[in-house]
Design a protein around this ligand. Sequence first.
Ligand SMILES: O=C(O)CCC(=O)C(=O)O
Length: 244
Amino acid sequence: MTKEEAVAELDEHGFAVLKEALTPDQANALRDRSVVLAAEERAAGSEHIYHDGKSQRVWSLVNKGRIYEEMIQLPQVLELQQHLLGDDCVLSSFTVNLIGPGAPAGSLHADYPVASFPKPLPLGAFYSNTIYVLDDFTEENGATLMVPGSYKRGYGPDPEKQYDDVVKISASKGDIVIFHGATWHASGANNSERERMILLGYFCRSFIKPQQDNFKLVSPEVVERATPTLKRLLGYDCQSGLRA
Ligand SMILES: O=C(O)CCC(=O)C(=O)O
C-alpha cells in the first residue's frame, strides 16, 4: 500500500492495514523477545495481568531490547503517525498486549484519554496507535475489533450499547495497523487454544503529556545510543520555551 492509499484509508475508516510491513525475521524477533519478557515479568512478580489472569501487558518496550528501539522507528510507521500528529510527534507508550486463551472481548473504546476530551471530539488526531501483528488474526483468536469511521462521530462508544457496525480486523503476522486514537476499537474474545500477541506503538502530539514518562523511564544506555529520531520520539526535542 502506498502512503497515499494508506492516508485515504485512514481518512475514510480511521485505520489502515499495511500488509507485510515487517519482514518474517522482524516479526519473529519481536514475538520471541516479547514472549521472553512476558514470562520474565510473570516469574519476577512484576507482571501486568488483566482479564482475570488471562491477558498480559508488558510496558516500556524501548527499554527492553534493541529490536524495539529499531521497530518503533520504522519509516512506514512514522510517516503515517507524522501525517496524523505532525512531524514532531512523540511516543506515548510502547507495549506488548497478549490476549490469552479464554479471554473475553475488551470493551469498545477510544484510546486513553480521548474519551475524556470535551465533546464533540475533534476530527484531527491528538493520539494515534500502531498495531504490530505478531500472530495471524483469525475468527477465534481475539483479532482487534474496530468500528470503521467512528473517529468522525465526535463522541466515544457507550459501554452499555451493542453496535452492529463492528468489524474484525483482517491481518496476518507481520502486518501493521495504523489507527486514529478516536477510532472505536477493542480486543476480540480469544476462543482459541493459543495466545494472541500484538505490540501497541502509541503516539501523541508533541505538546501532550505521554502515557508513560519516556523521558525519565528510558535508561541512559538506550539514550546514549539513540538515533536523533528515537531521541525526538522520547521527548528530547519537544520543550518549546527557549530561555530561562
Ligand atoms: O489488543 C487489542 O487487540 C486491542 C488493545 C486495545 O484496545 C488497547 O490496549 O487499547
